[in-house]
Structures are given as C-alpha cells and as structure tokens.
Design a protein around this ligand. Structure first.
Ligand code: GDP
Length: 288
C-alpha cells in the first residue's frame, strides 16, 4: 500500500555513518535521500521541507550514546516526526447519529457507506443505509444491493421522490437505529448546486459526522478537492483506493496542509476492505 516509501526511507537512514557523532555531511546526504523518497511518494513539497527541517534540527550534533548507532538515532527521529505528521485522536463515532458521506462522483462514497455499515454490523450496532442520490438510480440500486449483501437495512427507494423528502423520511426511522448513514450524490466537479444541496441536506439532518470521501489516486489534487468542500462543515476524511495507490504520500501531507483528521482508509472494493485510522499502525506500515 505504501510502495517503496518505507524501503527508501530505511535505506537512506541505514547509510548513516557509524561514528560517535552525527556529522553535517552525514545529515546532508541522508536528508537528500529522504527528500527524494518523500517526493517519489507524492508527499507535498511544503510538508517535506518542514519535515526535513525538524529532522535536521534534532539530529545535528546529537551525541551518540554508546548503545545506539547514528542510523538508530536518525531512525528514531524519522519515526517520531512521521508519527507527528499523522497523529490524530483515536477514531470515535458519535452515538445515535447521522453520518453523511460527501465527495466527488466515483470517489468511493457508496463503497465507504457499505464499509461503515459492515463495521457497525460486526459490532452489532444497528444501522440504516440511505441513498440521497435520486439522480442516478444505479447508485440507489448499488447501495441497496450492498446493504442486503451485508445484512444491513436500506431505506426503500420511492421513485421520483426528491432528495429532501427522502432525508426527512429517513429521519422518521432514526430512533430505531444507532446510526443512519447517508450516501449523497456526487458531481464530477464541486459546483454551487452541489454545495447548496449538501447544505440544505445538512440543515435537515444535522449529521454529527460529515465525511469527505477522497480518491487517493488523484494524488496531491486531493488538497484542492478538500479546500473546495471545506465551505461545508466536514468532520473528517475517508481516503479510498489505497490498495491501488503506490504513492500514498498524500496520507503524510493531509494533516499538515488541512488539519482535518483522516478517519478511515479504503483498501479494496469489498465491505471488509478498510482500516480505521490508527497513526502508529500506519507509520509502522510506512516505515517497516
Ligand atoms: P461513488 O460514486 O463516490 O459512490 O463511488 P463508488 O463507491 O461507486 O466507487 C467508485 C469505484 O471505485 C467502484 O468501482 C468501487 O468498487 C471502487 N472503489 C471504491 N473504494 C475502493 C477502494 O478502497 N479500493 C478499490 N480498489 N476500489 C474502490
């Protein structure tokens, strides 16, 4: 999932000198190699610059204690700084809440709704799935089929019903379920009509969780998508298609650039293919 990033970072660090002090020359060479590894992984430039600055500041002139080699010292600094890049509070879902999935068309919203519903289902938490995409009957059918395949209730589709009426109808079932998960309509680009619809829907639903689903394959353009959606009160990001992405540096960039937590990662097309955000686990997977 993280391609060559871990290997490249490890080999950059391992080539550190073996002396008793970390020298400027050692640092410069290692930082150059780390920079290339991060660039190749598609980490955003400002994030790389800040990251390397912090590593250099901590590493320079550091005395090597007898039990640790320079590469081990740098390795620890790189680990701590990588963790700092992605550290979020553990993911928690508000109880008795509506969860709204928003994002561009094809980003993975419907699939994500299925993953969340599957996760709650395995925790024996009752969930209702609702499609708020009357413009694409295929999307409504996709959600219905998905829900039935995992044994989760799906709000029936009323042909011709407008999206706001569907939202209100779904709310009448809210007291019967712990979570109501809403899949919304996407567009190819963010536009005023989409934002208006989402804002009106949120006025009705008052969802405590609003997840922006982003396709990790679009790389650094994700920051543009998030900025465009951030006029809307997002609570977190769901990053999809990490299994198909060999340049997952975007994970390392998002928190520094936008300060929005990544909550869940999609690692395949099936409902069980996901990872809840866990900073240490992610960093271990990147660096191991
Ligand atoms: P939506 O238009 O935003 O609802 O997007 P969909 O949920 O329909 O997903 C679009 C395509 O991406 C579908 O073919 C999904 O199977 C696929 N997809 C979604 N999430 C993932 C993922 O994490 N990994 C992979 N490999 N494919 C995914």
């Amino acid at each position: 999932m993280f391609g060559r990033l871990g290997t490249a970072l490890r080999s950059a660090v391992q080539r550190m000198g073996m002396g008793s002090v970390i020298t400027q020359k050692d640092i410069e060479r290692t930082l150059r190699e780390i920079r290339v590894a991060l660039l190749e992984a598609d980490v955003a430039l400002p994030v790389i610059k800040a990251f390397l600055g912090r590593v250099q500041e901590q590493a320079l002139g550091k005395n090597i204690v007898r039990s640790l080699r320079p590469d081990q010292v740098i390795s620890k600094i790189v680990y701590d700084e990588t963790l700092a890049l992605v550290n979020n509070a553990p993911v928690q879902w508000a109880k008795n809440s509506c969860i709204l999935a928003v994002g561009l068309q094809g980003s993975g919203k419907t699939t994500l709704c299925g993953k969340l519903a599957f996760m709650f289902q395995t925790q024996k938490i009752s969930t209702l799935l609702v499609s708020l995409d009357p413009y694409r009957p295929a999307a409504q059918t996709q959600l219905t089929v998905l829900g039935h395949s995992i044994g989760v209730d799906v709000l029936s589709v009323v042909p011709g019903e407008d999206v706001y009426t569907t939202a209100k109808r779904a709310l009448t079932y809210k007291s019967s379920y712990e979570h109501v998960i809403f899949d919304t309509a996407g567009r190819l680009h963010v536009d005023t009509a989409l934002m208006q619809e989402l804002t009106e829907l949120q006025n009705i639903l008052r969802a405590k969780e609003v997840l922006l689903v982003c396709d990790s394959l679009i790389g650094q353009s994700i920051t543009e998508v998030i900025k465009a959606f951030s006029q809307f009160p997002l609570t977190g990001i769901a990053l999809s298609k990490l299994d198909a992405n060999h340049k997952a540096g975007v994970i390392l960039s998002l928190k520094s650039l936008l300060n929005l937590p990544i909550k869940i990662l999609g690692t395949g097309e099936k409902p069980q293919d996901f990872m809840l955000w866990d900073a240490k686990r992610i960093v271990n997977r990147i660096l191991d």
